[in-house]
Design a protein around this ligand. Structure first.
Ligand code: ADP
Ligand code: ZN
Length: 429
């Protein structure tokens, strides 16, 4: 098994490594990142004050806005010439969140992803088909490097081109499929349309993540494709995918806690919650060189289980992400905040102020934007042309494919209170 020792560390061993790395990481951040030095100095905290793991509670939080505020190079702790790669995800207001990696960071990330494959039951003899997006997103290259590190054959099909995807699966006899759960659902439909019986495929394991999905969806995918569907969690700020993964027990996602110190906090007060309580997940990266992140607030809500798993691993488990403490939407694996859509609509002169975002599942999750035309443009503009223009702008700035419906001014119901901007009609299978 890949990094078997790390996968099966005892609780005591984990804590020993955590404390060692944590103290080093705090010093690294303090010494090399002015942003952290100021945060510490403001409250009179010195790296030497960190003596135990509980001392993590003394450290100020880091949030996504901190990364945006330090655009373009983020919270960087090494000279640029030591950076080997960057990735980026869309930020809340159009400024992307940039993340950077040194050679060692890429190495750690590859190991974590290889560990995920291994923990989920993938072996070096497997053939991994990777249908996550390559490019600035971390998904594609994260899954790619992990498979290479593990030693499997990898087929970098990337997203889209479903016919070719199916052909590759069939002809190359891929045994592992990596994609978002929504794409897996779409593939099931596409296989039917293509007249391919899933029994003609060799897929045994699916590595599905990057968005929330239910146990019902899992059952549906497992039954339809006759595979085991494993959940995997990560985010670009924390290298990318590879933070946590399910073992074959499928009873929570093991967080690789020798690399990520995890806490659950009350999202309103910031207070650390006792084990077993649902709260916002906060991670401290334990050996990131280029971009150290201390107490990074994920906004993901979940329960952490600290009990040893039936598989023998002591790494704590995320018992499924229960939602988010902010209003971020995940549509087909793409993250978007309603405010981002609003910012773009506001900038288009021919549109009014009222809009609604509607999420629906047909084959894939779909996003519709209904928006009113500005009163003095109503009847004067070509609606089809304007809809195309809006959709192109959304696609270019948010990589989001949305269908636009333009409405007559006054059509969207006005409310006295907070406008209901998002209507989520997605079917939960
Ligand atoms: P990714 O490429 O993994 O989607 P992003 O940084 O774009 O990385 O998005 C990270 C967010 O995606 C997480 O904060 C979480 O809300 C969501 N996410 C990722 N994996 C999962 C998962 N397995 N289950 C639920 N939500 C997930
Ligand atoms: Zn387990």
């Amino acid at each position: 098994m890949f990094q078997e020792k790390e996968q099966f560390m005892s609780k005591e061993e984990i804590q020993k490594v955590q404390l060692e790395k944590f103290r080093k990481q705090v010093k690294h951040a303090y010494d090399n990142v002015p942003f952290y030095r100021k945060k510490f100095d403001d409250i009179g905290l010195k790296p030497e004050d960190i003596q135990t793991l509980e001392d993590v509670a003394k450290v100020p939080f880091t949030v996504k806005d901190d990364l945006r505020d330090h655009y373009p190079y983020g919270i960087i702790a090494v000279p640029i010439d030591r950076v080997n790669r960057m990735h980026a995800s869309s930020g809340t207001t159009g400024i992307p969140t940039v993340v950077t990696y040194t050679k060692n960071d890429l190495d750690t990330w590859s190991n974590l992803m290889a560990r995920c494959y291994s923990c989920a039951g993938v072996e070096p003899s497997d053939i991994v088909q990777n249908a996550y997006g390559y490019g600035l997103f971390t998904g594609g290259l994260g899954f790619h490097m992990g498979a290479e590190r593990l030693g499997t054959m990898i087929i970098p099909t990337a997203t889209g081109n479903t016919k070719r995807q199916i052909r590759m699966m069939k002809d190359m006899r891929s045994t592992v499929l990596c994609c978002t759960p929504s794409y897996a659902l779409y593939l099931i439909e596409a296989l039917k349309e293509e007249g391919v019986d899933p029994s003609e495929l060799s897929i045994k394991i699916g590595m599905f993540g990057a968005e929330p999905w239910s146990d019902e969806t899992r059952k549906h995918i497992e039954k339809s494709l006759n595979i085991r569907a494993q959940d995997l969690y990560g985010m670009s700020e924390l290298y990318g995918p590879g933070v946590a993964v399910e073992c074959p027990e499928q009873n929570g996602l093991h967080i690789w806690s020798d690399e990520f110190l995890v806490e659950t906090i009350d999202p309103d007060t910031g207070k650390v919650l006792p084990p077993g309580e649902k709260g916002e997940i906060v991670f401290t990266m334990l050996s990131r060189e280029a971009m150290p992140l201390l107490r990074y607030r994920t906004k993901d809500l979940a329960v952490i289980n600290w009990e040893k798993c039936a598989c023998g691993r002591s790494h704590p488990r995320i018992m499924r992400i229960k939602g988010r403490s902010d209003d971020m939407l995940i549509v087909g694996g793409v993250n978007v905040f309603p405010s981002q859509i609003e910012d773009i609509l506001v900038g288009i002169e021919e549109l009014g102020e009222q809009f609604q975002i509607i999420l629906e599942t047909t084959k894939l999750d779909n996003l519709y934007v209904q928006v009113e035309v500005a009163p003095h443009y109503w009847g004067k503009v070509d609606l089809k042309e304007l809809a195309n223009k809006v959709s192109t702008i959304l696609q270019e700035s948010l990589t989001l494919r949305a269908r636009i419906e333009l409405l007559e001014p006054g059509t969207i119901p006005r409310t006295q209170g907070k406008a209901k901007r998002v209507i989520d009609n997605r079917k939960k299978i």
